[in-house]
Design a protein around this ligand. Structure first.
Ligand SMILES: Cc1cc2nc3c(=O)[nH]c(=O)nc-3n(C[C@H](O)[C@H](O)[C@H](O)COP(=O)(O)OP(=O)(O)OC[C@H]3O[C@@H](n4cnc5c(N)ncnc54)[C@H](O)[C@@H]3O)c2cc1C
Length: 571
């Protein structure tokens, strides 16, 4: 890591990249691979931002990796699908066309020149069943990464949230979970679990946590490792303060570190990749739907400083065309005091048979198995008439032991130990549960009875749970007649409160297809680029499928670098 005071600290570089998440590191890596002299500055003491705590999936329609694995997909199908989601498909079409046309090549480009590698996720359905939606072959996952390759720099990688690790430091992927839970069910499962555990024990002798990196952490490890291999300097604890404009173009930036401010010139421009404004209350209030929920799963440093610096020099920020202004997930509260955290209910529990979500009237308001984003949008809708923030996930204790619930792992025996007023309640009867959760008792009893009827017929007449590919994918395929609807029996019962939190903002800086930031007249501001969540989502407030922020982060990071390097097509 380069020292601030060092005489070698550059006064001038070709490209200055602000923020070391997926967007910033992809832009810096692509620029370095194009021969540019690059510097990244990162406000935090570690690289990775929200990317490091994410699932790491990329939505890349028509990608080569999936095609080679036997899945078929096309840009045309993805275009039809996205057009169908948008109220006005012409808005931002140009950027989506570039994304579709170049996304697969850009993923290959990184693979050929760096350690940034992906594998097909296989079956990973889009979030809505519509014309052009894909069930398989669109999503890519980062190849797991061996953190030991980073040596001492491993400590620079932001860890996942504690709730995503076991034994306070071991990462497990979605595929590991059933094998760990059923470790005594077969020799293969046992061997897998034993191998993971042994590796973790050895890791802990030398490293602060397990070094088998998965998901978003693997993506960050791969990007950072590739940057270090190319000797791209990454200046940690260094924050963008403002942009320097000379003769109508961005010529550098003012950076601050440990209370000192320095300027740095950037011959080819500055890339803003500060992860958006999820952690800025004033910007949330302007650009997210009201009333704005206070919780966010984004990295704490993402306070909108990139967007603000660009706005100060006349940049345009996307407005009401971005739906609710964010990508949402229902989250439950974990721990307390300094251990307090949020757990995002993404895929593991809501779609499993035997769980319902209710509002204060004790009534369902949503297809529980829909995507986390659509679940929260339904919370917002329901909350207009009946208090639904928080909503309650209700199931039997046997459900939690089998599937887990939020941060409570499958197999947990002592559920009462997790009791917390207002967050998680366990009771012997539905009446007592309703009282503890402060939801209407008669409403809850009637809802459970009606739901149990659906469990018998397999048809959710109210919300269609189990009808979509996504629902069934996250349900229990062995459960009949509907993989997502199961009888709720005699208890004991559990209820967990969930609130809306954003996992990323969707509004951001408007750019052209080269990721150049636009001014209020729609003209590019020379020398200023944006990527990651600083760039307004090309999905314009819709959430097509898994990976719809990280896919564009890499693609537009690359495109910004290409433009800064004077090239405009994947070569
Ligand atoms: C639990 C969870 C799961 C998710 N899973 C997925 C998924 O599978 N696929 C997907 O597409 N999306 C997913 N997301 C969303 C995704 O993680 C984010 O959209 C993405 O990581 C944003 O990347 P970024 O590069 O824009 O920002 P970040 O990764 O957040 O990086 C921004 C960096 O900029 C730094 N920074 C901020 N301000 C400054 C400043 N002034 N100066 C210098 N540096 C600064 C921050 O410290 C941070 O390190 C998930 C999110 C969560 C919370």
């Amino acid at each position: 890591m380069m020292e601030w005071q060092s005489a070698q600290f550059p006064r001038e570089v070709d490209l200055l990249v602000i923020g070391a998440g997926a967007g910033g590191m992809a832009a810096a890596l692509a620029a370095s691979l194009q021969g540019l002299d690059v510097l990244i500055c990162e406000k935090d003491a570690q690289v990775g931002g929200t990317t490091a705590t994410s699932a790491g999936t990329l939505w890349i329609p028509g990608n080569r990796q999936s095609r080679e694995a036997g899945f078929s997909d096309s840009a045309d199908a993805a275009r039809r699908y996205m057009d169908g989601l948008l109220a006005d498909p012409e808005l931002g079409r140009e950027l989506r066309e570039v994304y579709l046309a170049q996304g697969p090549d850009i993923i290959d480009w990184f693979k050929q020149r760096s350690e940034v590698r992906f594998r097909p996720s296989g079956k990973h359905p889009d979030y809505q069943d519509r014309d052009g939606a894909a069930v398989s072959g669109r999503a890519l996952a980062p190849e797991p990464f061996d953190g030991r390759l980073l040596g001492p720099a491993f400590k620079d990688v932001r860890p996942p949230i504690p709730e995503f690790m076991v034994f306070s430091g071991m990462m497990v992927g979605k595929d590991d979970i059933p094998r760990l839970v059923n470790r005594f069910a077969s020799p293969a499962n046992f061997l897998h679990a034993a191998r993971l555990f042994l590796r973790f024990v050895v890791d802990r002798l030398c490293y602060p946590r397990g070094t088998r990196l998965m998901m978003g952490n693997a993506l960050v490890g791969r990007l950072y490792y590739s940057l270090l291999q190319r000797r791209v300097p990454v200046l940690l604890r260094t924050q963008l303060k403002s942009l320097i404009v000379e003769e109508g173009q961005v010529a550098g930036a003012l950076l601050s570190r440990a209370g000192q401010t320095r300027s740095i010139r950037a011959r080819r421009g500055v890339v803003l990749a500060t992860g958006g404004f999820s952690r800025s209350t004033p910007l949330r209030d302007v650009f997210m739907r009201a009333p704005v929920p206070p919780d966010s799963m984004a990295a704490p440093g993402n306070q909108g400083e990139g967007v603000t610096a660009a706005m100060q020099i006349g940049a345009q920020v996307s407005g009401p065309t971005h739906g609710t202004g964010a990508f949402w997930a229902p989250v439950s509260r974990t721990g307390s005091g300094q251990w307090a955290g949020l757990f995002p209910h993404l895929v593991l529990d809501r779609a499993k048979p035997g769980l319902i979500a209710v509002n204060a009237a004790g009534r369902r308001f949503v297809n529980e198995a829909d995507s986390y984003h659509h679940f929260v949008e339904a919370m917002f809708d329901s909350d207009r008439t009946v208090p639904t923030i928080p909503a309650w996930l209700v199931c039997e204790a046997s459900f939690v032991r089998r599937w887990g619930l939020g941060a409570i792992h499958p197999g947990t025996r002592d559920l009462a130990a997790h009791r917390r007023a207002g967050c998680f309640v366990v009771e012997a009867s539905l009446e007592a549960l309703a009282g503890a959760a402060r939801v209407d008792t008669q409403g809850l009893k009637a809802t459970v009875a009606r739901h149990n009827g659906f469990a018998q017929t397999g048809i959710d007449e109210d919300f269609g749970k189990g009808r979509s590919e996504l629902n069934r994918f996250n349900g229990d395929p062995a459960h009949k007649p509907n993989p997502c609807i199961g009888h709720i029996g005699d208890g004991p019962y559990c209820a967990m409160a969930v609130w809306p939190a954003d996992i990323a903002c969707s509004s951001g800086l408007e750019t052209d297809v080269h990721a150049r930031v636009l001014d209020k007249q729609g003209e590019p501001i020379a020398g200023l680029y944006a990527c990651g969540n600083d760039l307004a989502s090309i999905m314009r407030g819709t959430y097509p499928g898994p990976g719809t922020t990280l896919g564009p982060a890499l693609v537009f990071g690359y495109l910004a670098a290409q433009h800064a390097a004077g090239r405009t097509r994947a070569a």
